[in-house]
Design a protein around this ligand. Structure first.
Ligand code: NAP
Length: 248
């Protein structure tokens, strides 16, 4: 099940955390994986090594999703080099938290630039080779916060809620070309992004999760592998929640 052999997948923000786990999951199911990083070259190379050591195929590519020119150049290059681009996981994301009254314009701009504009630019570049092939899978990594909101995360929530609208619009726009577009909305997942929280804060969050614990990047990766697979061919415009029941 979920045989991705012969397929080429690009994961933005694939150097660490959820993106790295998704890359590893796709590679384990046979895809050739391009792990894109912004600054974390060493971590991306480490992720490539991990994939190769377990028998998969991967490469690291520098791709800052806020740089539209770079996105417009590198993604077609990747598709050309491999002769195809079947799967895009638009995962790159940042959070800058704080109350609205202290929210600086530059932080709002930065969050939207990476999480929203970067994801849209990545999809725009990836969709062209998919259209030519008349098949493709795009998965945006949204967040439970985009669905239920969170005090102190107005800008982040805005970017992630917007991605759900982007998902539905693109799903309608490209269905006739054989391209499905879905989102994953993770809950609280143990990565660098959430490592800033204290043990007490994490305990408090866990009490609000019916499954009683935080999630792992591998658990998000499993959803991405499914949505990227042929088996998910009749699913488009959806958001798959991987949140331990935190939001239903
Ligand atoms: P993470 O560990 O902080 O990793 C973030 C990734 O995004 C890194 O690979 C980073 O690349 C990349 N990135 C940051 N800015 C970039 C840019 N301008 N261009 C390209 N790549 C960039 O975060 P994570 O927890 O794995 O989060 C991954 C995604 O899941 C994000 O979209 C996040 O919002 C979402 N999410 C996370 C959680 C959670 O609880 N962790 C929950 C819901 C949703 P470098 O290494 O090169 O910096």
């Amino acid at each position: 099940m979920f045989d991705l052999s012969g397929k080429v997948a690009l994961v933005t923000g694939g150097s660490r955390g959820i993106g790295r786990a998704i890359g590893e999951g796709l590679a384990r199911h046979g895809a050739r994986v391009v792990l894109a990083y912004a600054n974390g070259e060493a971590q991306a190379r480490d992720a490539v090594r991990a994939v190769e050591e377990s028998g998969g195929r991967a490469e690291a590519v520098q791709l800052d999703v806020t740089n539209s020119a770079e996105v417009e150049q590198r993604i077609p290059e990747i598709a050309k080099r491999h002769g195809r681009l079947d799967i895009l996981i638009a995962n790159a994301g940042i959070s800058i938290d704080g109350l609205l009254i202290r929210l600086r314009d530059e932080d709002l701009e930065r969050i939207l630039a990476v999480n929203l504009r970067g994801a849209i630019a990545s999809a725009r570049a990836a969709i062209k080779p998919m259209m030519r092939a008349r098949t493709g899978r795009i998965v945006f990594v949204s967040s439970v916060v985009g669905e239920m909101g969170n005090a102190g995360q107005t800008a982040y929530a805005a970017s992630k809620a917007a991605l759900l609208g982007v998902t539905k619009s693109l799903a309608r726009e490209y269905a006739s070309r054989g391209i499905t577009v879905n989102a994953i909305s993770p809950g609280f997942i143990d990565t660098d992004m959430t490592a800033v929280l204290t043990e007490e804060q994490k305990q408090d969050i866990s009490t609000k999760i019916p499954l009683g614990r935080t999630g792992t990047p591998a658990e998000v990766a499993a959803a991405a592998v499914f949505l990227a697979s042929d088996e998910a061919g009749y699913i488009t415009g959806q958001s798959l929640r991987v949140n331990g029941g935190m939001y239903m």
